[in-house]
Design a protein. Structure first.
Lengths: 358, 358
DNA sequence: TTGAAAGCGCTAACAG
DNA sequence: CTGTTAGCGCTTTCAA
């Protein structure tokens, strides 16, 4: 409070104890709200602390107790509204339990992710929420788990690991997307995602426990139902950067026999795809149909309004946080928030050019 | 690495030292990369550390050195793409210097902000980047500064405090916005912002060192140039929540003599306003003109494409981080990134209904 | 209810 | 170059 404390170090428990004329232990108990303290001592200590502008040193506290009050969150792309909103859910939930959030952005880069986990572990965070950029490479998460650090996975699961994973089941919605497009006569359906995969996608490629697997799988199922064959070369993965995304669009739109419909794996992809479509002077849905995952406000305001699959991103964030807190021994509401995705039909899907429905 | 370490505590410097057969100090030096260590000792220690799966305890390290490797970032609304992007800039920049980011979202609530700053200070972050929700109430920032904690302000400044502040100068762009609208015949120009202010806005209201002050000021100046008078009741502040935003829109659009143009202070506001306009069946720009601050991808994809004022948000984040790092004694590029806002004219501004220009 | 003393894991003098 | 010895600020036995 007072202005004079210039280069002065922060007041410590010892300072407060001295000022209050009690032992260090007793002052600590009063300040930390534990143990047994008489009314008298309490009030003296508290006012002494106020006087000195005492602020408990969390670092020291965490060190001695071994309990940290921060949790680590690792995401691939914080710019993406999906993660922004999820982060908000996480943040809201953990704060109620007294934790703060240490955030690391990885640019969907595995090396960066490994480093981030390492770093957070060194910072001794109480636990981790990770949206892994790969659902197959998970040695670093495994290692974290080995060292008894709680980790909760977000969006993508890791095969073979019994880690809590928060993700919505897209099987049903994805099937609906496939049917919607097929019913409209589309056969050349493109799919674009930023999921990192080594090999180009083909039938049988293991997409891991990612939502992308669900979503691509749904379309495959719809094709099977319709007795048609899906040209797997229309599935473009690894579109994490703007350049890669542009390349994927080019491949889909500029080839002979171009895609007549494109499914966008998230809103960032949708934004890019729409831009590319516009640049080419194509009209939606007359020339090309579009479906996007994630229902953010802007999707309803573009012309035409986008047909999307909505998912409760904020609640997913909260759930991830709750799962973590639960593991950490906190009491949190037992019932799980319903995490359902559903198709929202608007106006960006039309009959395929040249199809009987057209 | 090995699976057996179940409930085992993490290896410490002492463990490594013992395993390597050297003193604790020597092991610490080898592991910490400071002091003088012989090749021999180094390699023995390193391999012992590897063997034991040693991970330095940052908490302990920070405690003894007094240097923390995390910085605190306090924003009002992480969902807002503006902050998402800025956060990315901050994160990218500080990581290069070896810091992690502790993020707190405040919901544009002053009490929450005060608590957040307090909390971060207790966590002994090396410094703070704050996008203050009020540019007049700043006792908590003042106090942080008093306790020799470096704080850098983002977007909004605080009058009377010599704190580093990163913000772009909107004077010119705002004037252009005013002229653009006035030239198109608009006189009933609405302005909506989430800035927290006690009183309703009127001439002479102190908006502090906020961009809102610049932006409203620019419009005022344009009015003065044109020898016209601006109805201050068209300036709606405190539109932080969806409800408040809806109410502001209602007041602007449903009154007798409604606004013929609306300027949106950020992209979240723009999204809300566009939604309200659509709900009312109004057309842009025939019935109402719209200008928004922040040029995000979606603004170009709506119909009509939005006339916006763009600002280099990512670079602003980087600059904020650099300012902080500089204060913390790090070497960062001396030249400042140019932080300029500029008007991007697209198609959401048209002649005011009933104006000579119409 | 109180206090003295021992440590958490690390770094920082200070000698050798 | 190496080892010994103190702490950092807090919590936590253990006795009183």
């Amino acid at each position: 409070m007072t202005k004079r404390e210039q280069g002065v170090r922060e007041a410590t428990v010892a300072d407060v104890a001295r000022a209050a004329g009690v032992s260090k232990a007793q002052a600590a108990r009063a300040l930390g709200g534990y143990g047994a303290v008489s009314e008298q001592v309490l009030s003296v200590v508290v006012s002494a602390a106020e006087e000195l502008g005492y602020r408990p040193n969390q670092l020291a506290r965490s060190m001695t107790t071994g309990r940290s009050n921060s949790i680590g969150v690792v995401v691939g792309d914080i710019e993406n509204a999906h993660f922004g909103l999820a982060l908000r859910g996480i943040s809201d939930e953990v704060r109620e339990a007294g934790y703060t959030v240490v955030l690391v952005n990885t640019d969907e880069d595995l090396t960066a992710e490994v480093g981030a986990v390492q770093e957070l572990l060194q910072q001794r965070v109480a636990g981790l929420i990770v949206a892994p950029c790969s659902s197959t490479e998970a040695a670093h998460l495994e290692s974290a788990h080995d060292h008894n650090r709680t980790v909760v996975l977000f969006d993508r699961g890791v095969r073979g690991w019994a880690l809590d994973t928060v993700r919505v089941d897209f099987a049903e919605a994805a099937l609906q997307v496939g049917r919607l497009l097929l019913d409209a006569g589309h056969r050349r359906i493109g799919y674009i995602s930023s999921l990192r995969v080594e090999e180009p996608y083909e039938q049988g490629t293991d997409l891991g426990l990612s939502p992308v697997a669900d979503r691509v799988g749904g379309i495959e199922r719809a094709f099977r139902e319709a007795g048609a064959e899906w040209d797997r070369s229309l599935v473009k993965l690894n579109a994490a950067s703007d350049d890669a995304l542009a390349a994927a669009c080019a491949d889909l739109l500029d080839r002979p026999g171009p895609a007549t419909a494109v499914v966008c794996s998230d809103s960032r992809i949708a934004l890019g795809v729409l831009g590319q479509i516009k640049r080419r002077g194509l009209r939606v849905p007359q020339d090309i149909s579009v479906v996007a995952y994630d229902d953010f406000p802007w999707t309803e305001l573009v012309e035409p309004p986008l047909t999307v699959v909505s998912q409760p991103v904020y609640d997913m964030g909260r759930e991830a946080a709750r799962a973590l807190l639960r593991r950490l021994g906190h009491r949190v509401p037992a019932e799980q928030l319903p995490l359902r995705a559903h198709l929202v039909e608007r106006a960006s899907v039309g009959p395929a050019a040249g199809s009987p429905a057209a």
